[in-house]
Design a protein around this ligand. Structure first.
Ligand code: SF4
Length: 291
C-alpha cells in the first residue's frame, strides 16, 4: 500500500462541506453511528489504556450505534447492544480547526485533535500512541473491498492519493469476531448513561460522560462483557482529572471558531504553545501514509 497524503488529511477531518457529492460515514462497527462525526478514528482497549496513562483521556470520545429490532432503549433512544447492554467504541475527539485540505481556501472543519492544521500532518505519527486504525488506513477498506477516503478525495478533487492498493500484510478488521472487549465494549448499567446518550448523539458530551465510557472500555475483558471494577474506578478518576494540551486546545478552538478568521497558522499559539508535539512539514517527508 502506498498513499500520497501531502495536502490531504481527508481521513482525519470532516470534509463533507467541501464535497459536491454525498459522502457517507465510514460505516465501522455493528450499526450506524448515533453521532454525526465523520472519520472517527476508533481505538482498541489497550490503546484507550495507553492514552489514559499518558494523561490524554481528554482526547477520547465514545461512540454508540443505533439499533435494529434487537437493541436496548435508553432515554427513548434505541441503541445497538450486546447481551442487553449498550454497545460502544472509543475514538479520538474532533474539534473545529482552520484547515485547507486539497488546496482549498482555509475553512473551519471538524478535525482530529491530533492533526496539525498548519501542515496537515499527524502530531503523534511517530509516537507509540499512534493508533493501529491510522497506521493501517486504508488497509482495512482495501481488505474488505470498501471504497477508501483516498478514492473519495480523488473523485472530488482529481489527482492521485491511493498509489498502491495492496493492504499491509498485518491489516486486520477492527470489528472481527474477537472485537468484544477489545474494540467494541458493552456498558453494564444503561441507567448510568441515560443522561449522556442524547448529548453524545448531538456531539455535546461532557467530560463526565466521556470519562464514564473511557473507564468502562479500559476495564473491559476480551471476549466477555465483564468489567474489572477496580480498574474502572482508577481509570474513571484519571479520566476525570485529565488536563492535557488537547483539552485546553479544544476549548480555545471552539471559542475561536465562533469569532475568528480561519487561519491555519493559529496552530502555533493554540496547540504548539500548549505543549502539542510539532510536525516536520513535507519537505523532509514526501509521500507517506497519514503523515
Ligand atoms: S492519523 Fe493522526 S490526525 Fe489523523 S485521525 Fe489518526 S491520530 Fe488523528
Amino acid at each position: 500500500m502506498d498513499v500520497n497524503c501531502e495536502g490531504c488529511a481527508g481521513c482525519c477531518l470532516d470534509w463533507r462541506p467541501l464535497a459536491d457529492g454525498v459522502l457517507n460515514h465510514e460505516r465501522q462497527g455493528p450499526r450506524e453511528p448515533l453521532d454525526d462525526t465523520y472519520n472517527l478514528a476508533l481505538l482498541r482497549r489497550d490503546e484507550v489504556r495507553a492514552f489514559v496513562e499518558a494523561g490524554l483521556a481528554d482526547a477520547l470520545v465514545p461512540r454508540l450505534w443505533t439499533a435494529g429490532d434487537d437493541g436496548v432503549t435508553v432515554d427513548g433512544i434505541d441503541l445497538a447492544s450486546i447481551a442487553g447492554r449498550p454497545a460502544f467504541g472509543v475514538g479520538l475527539r474532533k474539534v473545529p480547526k482552520p484547515v485547507a485540505p486539497f488546496d482549498h481556501e482555509p475553512s473551519w472543519l471538524s478535525t482530529c485533535v491530533f492533526l496539525d492544521p498548519s501542515t496537515l500532518q499527524c502530531r503523534i505519527h511517530d509516537d507509540e500512541l499512534y493508533p493501529e486504525t491510522c497506521r493501517t488506513y486504508p488497509g482495512t477498506n482495501l481488505l474488505l473491498d470498501v471504497e477508501t477516503e483516498c478514492e473519495r478525495v480523488e473523485r472530488e478533487y482529481s489527482g492521485w492519493r491511493l498509489l498502491d492498493d495492496d493492504p499491509p500484510a498485518d491489516t486486520e478488521p477492527l470489528f472481527d469476531p474477537g472485537a468484544l472487549g477489545t474494540a467494541v465494549f458493552a456498558h453494564p448499567d444503561p441507567g448510568r448513561i441515560a443522561d449522556a446518550v442524547e448529548r453524545l448523539s448531538e456531539g455535546e458530551s461532557t467530560r463526565k460522560d466521556r470519562a464514564e465510557f473511557v473507564a468502562i472500555a479500559a476495564a473491559a475483558s476480551p471476549g466477555t462483557v465483564a468489567i474489572a471494577d477496580e480498574y474502572y474506578e482508577r481509570t474513571l478518576e484519571r479520566a476525570l482529572d485529565a488536563g492535557s494540551w488537547v483539552g485546553a486546545a479544544i476549548e480555545k478552538w471552539e471559542s475561536l471558531e465562533r469569532n475568528g478568521e480561519a487561519d491555519p497558522s493559529l496552530a502555533t499559539s493554540v496547540e504548539g504553545e500548549r505543549g502539542a508535539p510539532p510536525t516536520p512539514g513535507w519537505e523532509s517527508v514526501g509521500s507517506d501514509h497519514r503523515d
